[in-house]
Design a protein around this ligand. Structure first.
Ligand SMILES: Cc1cc2nc3c(=O)[nH]c(=O)nc-3n(C[C@H](O)[C@H](O)[C@H](O)COP(=O)(O)O)c2cc1C
Length: 380
């Protein structure tokens, strides 16, 4: 275990590396990862696999791991996300077993008491010597809230609550002791929270709200904003650069700096044809349409609500590019070139998934990472 003498905020933000483009693995704590697929090699999310993968990723210089906070599966043949490891305890275990990689915990603000969450994050952060990050989720999935006996607030109010929650967390992490907090929703008396996060700073904070309110929340409170780039990527580097500049200037208007990250799905094979064949095989021909339907119905998208034709389009769109995010499918040359384009457009990093991360990361490590270094977006 690396004992870090200091953990300056800029080092945390850089995830302790000089890589211009940060790379992270997304959804590893959930069965099926980010792919609604029936192929037998789909991700198990067992602890043994998570542990082996985190060590491989740590050795390879992958910058971060971002789990999904998820409590109930989507159904279908595979019950995608039917088995998930709780993210802060998962992160703590992985941080103890690795030495360089940043590991996020993904927390539903309304489901975790802020003072308990603050201390859980601090514990993970000490275990990882300053490598823990927090993804705040306001919540979107009604069925999950029901299962906790917690009522889902209407959309704007979710972010009002999340604002108080993160204010309370930041106070608990800050120097002040015995503070009171008198919010509309959260009321705390004489709070004492020690120790503080590792190294006298605080964990990285990210959010991925897609609505205007969610994005504004990220601007006000977070270091990193994660956004899907499927639409802006159609327009290439220029459209990506425009999207990033828009986010950054909104943050700058609030006197804040924020980095823009995105998500995607990587299918890399030695040749372009092999990659495209596998993508079609796993993501389209063997899609778990029952799980896709389950996810769509939570979002109130059904043949009854949108009509048969529109539903068919939505279903295909979700299976092919919404659940896993933008697909990076191809040979090492193609995948590296597309990832480098993100960096050229000003995107700071990407959290990506693979159908089976453990089987697929070695080719990515051996063939894509050196190309990204040669393209100037990663250290050798
Ligand atoms: C990278 C990324 C990670 C996310 N992680 C989670 C998660 O772990 N759990 C969850 O319930 N929602 C997650 N979401 C959903 C968002 O937090 C958010 O609720 C959603 O984008 C809807 O945006 P809105 O809240 O602004 O309406 C994630 C979204 C993205 C793009």
């Amino acid at each position: 275990m690396l004992d870090r003498p200091s953990s300056a905020m800029r080092d945390r933000l850089a995830m302790y590396s000089g890589n211009a483009l940060k790379l992270g693995l997304f959804g590893v704590n959930c069965s099926s990862g980010r792919s609604a697929t029936r192929v037998p090699e789909r991700w198990s999310a067992s602890w043994a696999d998570c542990l082996a993968l985190s060590r491989m990723a740590d050795d390879a210089g992958i910058d971060f791991m971002l789990p999904v906070g998820r409590w109930k599966g989507y159904g279908g043949d595979t019950d995608m996300h039917g088995e998930t490891l709780e993210t802060i305890t998962w992160a703590t275990g992985l941080l103890a077993a690795t030495s360089r990689i940043t590991v996020f915990g993904t927390v539903h603000a309304p489901l975790f008491h802020p003072i308990i969450a603050a201390k859980q994050c601090v514990t993970a952060d000490h275990v990882g010597c300053g490598r823990f990050g927090l993804n705040i989720v306001a919540g979107w999935n009604e069925g999950e809230f029901e299962m906790f006996g917690v009522e889902q607030r209407e959309h704007e109010a979710r972010y009002d609550y999340a604002q108080e929650w993160i204010d309370a967390i930041k106070l608990a992490w800050g120097p002040q002791d015995d503070f009171d907090f008198a919010g509309t929703h959260i009321k705390l008396k004489t709070v004492r929270a020690k120790p503080k996060p590792y190294g006298g700073t605080r964990p990285l904070i990210m959010n991925a709200g897609s609505s205007g309110t969610g994005q504004a929340f990220a601007m006000r409170n977070c270091d990193a904003y994660f956004t899907a780039t499927s639409s802006s990527r159609q327009g290439g580097v220029e459209a990506t650069a425009k999207m990033v500049a828009g986010v950054k200037s909104e943050a700058a208007a609030l006197g804040r700096e924020i980095e823009v990250f995105t998500v995607g799905q990587v299918v890399c094979r030695p040749t372009q044809k092999e990659a495209e064949d596998y993508y079609r095989h796993a993501i389209i021909d063997n899609a778990d349409w029952g799980a896709v339907d389950g996810m769509l119905s939570i979002k109130n998208i059904t043949p009854q609500t949108v009509g048969e034709d529109e539903y068919r389009k939505k279903r295909e769109y979700f299976a092919s590019r919404a659940i896993g995010g933008y697909p990076f499918v191809g040979s090492p040359d193609r995948v590296a070139e597309h990832l480098a384009d993100l960096s050229r457009g000003g995107v700071r990093g990407i959290a990506f998934s693979m159908v089976n991360y453990l089987e697929e990361l070695p080719l990515f490590r051996d063939e894509v990472l050196p190309r990204l270094a040669r393209l100037g977006v990663r250290e050798a």
